[in-house]
Design a protein around this ligand. Structure first.
Ligand code: R5P
Length: 301
């Protein structure tokens, strides 16, 4: 069956890279904004009977990109596309994966329902972090795949940086999944930072929380911190502080999604990071690694 790749306005270049990597033809869209703010979408080619891979990442203006995604997919179905695969490298609202306070919106559920309702037949995400939900197939009713770009990040580190006696660290227990993958690629040890309630006999008040590596010693080691998202940078700065106190030498940071708000990058470099590396799921000054090859590989399967 014939196949094409198209990109929404958040992911035009990314989509072109995926098309080149996967050798699937790239189809252009005419995407405009009317003076009143409404969006105009036109597909510049024939999609009848084709599988269309729609790429749209949902950062910075998630609501705009979501609505644009809905307009694109619904339009493709009207135009006779036989199958639409939605590739959403950064999936907005994933962190609101429950109703934590009475009356709150369970935003992830709403967004997933809409992505499905509009006609998406299959969905791909990248390092989607579900805190309270076991895996992506518990959220989507359509076929869904959560890809990872952590091996690509680790390969970049391996090829471009020289870490001495390296340890890969996840800044919290949830990040163990990524630390493990990166460590394998680097043939290094991995660990996570864990919270411990200290007892009265230690150097702190009873019940105080101490955060430290679960089992490895960091003394004199170069450390690669790996996390899915850097948003405000608070998590990484805190992790760096703990690792330094535990004797770490040089600290490098890698992330799948460089959201980078509120001066995150400055905060991390000021805290002493050697280098912060991200991917282009969100275009940023640290997008040294492209997630396009990972997407292309998945589309070709
Ligand atoms: C949370 O569990 C995530 O994995 C990230 O650690 C978090 O979203 C990072 O946010 P921030 O950069 O604002 O600390």
């Amino acid at each position: 069956m014939e196949e094409v790749v198209i990109g929404g306005s958040s992911a035009q270049v990314f989509a072109l890279k995926v098309a080149r990597e996967s050798h699937i033809p790239f189809l252009k869209l005419d995407l405009k904004k009317f003076p009143d703010g409404e969006r105009y979408i036109r597909v510049l080619g024939d999609v009848e009977g084709k599988t269309v891979n729609v790429i749209q990442s949902m950062f910075q203006q998630p609501d705009v990109y979501l609505l644009e995604y809905f307009l694109i997919v619904d339009n493709l179905k009207d135009l006779g596309a036989s199958r639409v695969r939605g590739i959403i490298p950064y999936f907005a609202y994933a962190r609101q994966d429950g109703r934590f306070n009475p009356g709150e919106a369970f935003s992830l559920k709403t967004v997933v329902n809409l992505v499905q309702a509009v006609g998406t037949d299959e969905v791909f995400t990248i390092d989607l972090h579900l805190h309270r939900i076991e895996n992506i197939s518990k959220v989507f009713k359509i076929p869904s795949t959560n890809l990872t770009v952590v091996p690509d990040l680790a390969r970049y580190v391996k090829q471009n940086l020289e870490l001495r006696n390296p340890a890969v660290v996840g800044p919290d227990e949830e990040a163990e999944q990524w630390a493990k993958v990166a460590a394998k690629e680097l043939s290094a040890d991995y660990d996570v930072l864990e919270k411990h309630r200290v007892s009265a006999s230690e150097d702190k008040k009873f019940g105080e929380v101490d955060i430290k590596p679960r089992e490895l010693t960091m003394k004199g080691r170069d450390v690669l911190i790996v996390d899915d998202i850097i948003s405000t940078g608070g998590t990484i700065v805190k992790a760096m502080d703990i690792l330094k106190k535990n004797g770490a030498n040089k600290i490098y940071v890698a992330t799948s999604h460089p959201v980078l708000v509120e001066g995150a990058l400055m905060k991390i470099y000021e805290a002493g990071a050697e280098m912060v590396i991200g991917t282009d799921t969100i275009p940023s000054p640290i997008s040294y690694v492209s997630a396009a090859p990972a997407v292309a590989r998945a589309l070709k399967k």
